[in-house]
Write a protein that binds this ligand. Structure first.
Ligand code: HEC
Length: 144
């Protein structure tokens, strides 16, 4: 009877220790993902822009005044004032909710003082997972 009690106690201690080490490794994991962006411009964002946007936003002379082709998309977007929305910036690093690009993708541009249509113009909205990729890239600091 006593032996059983002891075995039980040991088992409990072992279980607790196991739980703790799990917590620690989870903590490490989330730290790593905060350091390494989960969405990268070149590999994750550019393909979306190239496929859905650069068809219209080609040279920068078109309506919207921006080229979203791979070589110039970053400098066209990040910290650049929106053409159609006074006071708003296309991409504010770290602040997806303040970025006009995201408003245009979600169709909230009018309520934020912007103009025009939800993007992509004349086509169905981007699927939510693609919008999430762009939001994540901005939240991570909108690095090139
Ligand atoms: C069929 C053509 C077409 C496609 C495709 C298209 N756009 Fe546009 N875009 C426009 C036009 C026209 C405007 C200007 C009128 C307006 O704002 O609605 C514009 C404006 C914008 C603006 C506002 C720029 C500013 O500074 O005011 C953003 C941001 C934008 N587009 C992003 C995108 C993104 C991102 C995609 C791809 C998901 C995309 N567009 C796809 C035609 C297009």
């Amino acid at each position: 009877m006593l032996w059983r009690g002891v075995a039980c106690a040991i088992l409990l201690v072992a279980l607790c220790a196991c739980d703790q080490s799990n917590d620690e490794s989870d903590g490490k994991k989330s730290k790593t993902s905060a350091v390494a962006p989960t969405s990268r411009f070149e590999s994750d964002v550019i393909p979306i822009l190239r496929q859905n946007c650069a068809t219209c936003h080609l040279t920068g002379q078109e309506a919207g005044s921006m080229s979203l082709t791979p070589k110039v998309a970053w400098q066209t977007l990040v910290n650049v004032k929106a053409a159609g929305a006074p006071g708003l910036v296309r991409v504010v690093p770290g602040r997806p909710e303040a970025s006009y690009l995201l408003m245009k993708l979600e169709g909230t541009q009018i309520e934020h003082g912007g103009a025009g249509a939800r993007m992509p113009f004349g086509a169905p909205p981007l699927p939510p997972d693609q919008i999430s990729i762009i939001r994540q890239w901005i939240a991570d600091g909108a690095e090139k």
